[in-house]
Design a protein. Structure first.
Length: 226
């Protein structure tokens, strides 16, 4: 852990389940498709368990094999609905916007590295006034290999001019921690995100686990000695 504030430094974040609770948006889209097949709505909790796995994971959990529409077509249908519903019900986790303001006030650069495509990411960040330093928003379109590959984190550090030795990446999925560890930044697991019993957070090899946004902010303060 850093013992004093140094520059260059950066805090990088995953998006879904780390900065913003987007499960309500996905729930609206998934249940709209399920209704077409006379399937009962899924609960927000059920859908939340699969958000970090992306569209494929959500479709697999939401639709039984006997649905007559092929999986790839359901995925495209889900993505189209998600684009319509982006940021309609999603909200930043309580305390996140204050944390980002605090980073800016203390001249600590921050960026977003997400596996959410650009067309879904920008409207979401824009709605809540989240403006990463130097427009550092890394989406799958910006890299050859998305997370768990470290390419996106390495690109974000380059964009921010930050040192990996004094930067951290916060996320709510094991692939976030894998990407962070492979990139050589401090890996910080967020237990308030979309955590499933099938993938225990304790097994992710994170250097630190935080349970709340307050814990996240306190640790960042400690990390940078601010």
């Amino acid at each position: 852990m850093a013992t004093q504030k140094q520059t260059p430094a950066a805090v990088l974040f995953d998006l879904d389940g780390t900065l913003i609770d987007t499960a309500p948006d996905f729930a609206e889209s998934i249940n709209a498709i399920r209704e077409q097949y006379s399937l009962a709505p899924m609960s927000l909790t059920e859908i939340g368990f699969h958000v970090s796995g992306g569209a494929v994971a959500m479709i697999r959990c939401a639709f039984p094999d006997n649905c007559n529409l092929p999986q790839d077509e359901k995925i495209q249908q889900l993505l189209a609905l998600c684009e319509q519903n982006v940021a309609t019900k999603a909200k930043p986790y309580e305390g996140i916007l204050a944390l980002l303001d605090w980073l800016s006030e203390n001249q600590i650069a921050y960026g977003v590295v997400t596996n959410r495509n650009h067309r879904f990411t920008i409207p979401l960040l824009t709605k809540f006034g989240i403006a990463p330093t130097n427009d550092c928003i890394i989406c799958p379109e910006n890299v050859t290999h998305p997370k768990p590959d470290p390419e996106g984190i390495i690109l974000a550090l380059k964009k921010l001019g930050a040192s990996k030795n004094n930067s951290l990446y916060a996320g709510d999925h094991h692939r976030d921690m894998e990407a962070a560890n492979n990139a050589g930044v401090f890996s910080l697991a967020c237990g308030f995100g979309y955590i499933t019993h099938e993938d225990p957070i304790e097994t992710w090899q994170a250097k630190k686990i935080v349970d709340t946004v307050d814990d996240l902010k306190n640790f960042i303060k400690e990390f940078f000695n601010v």
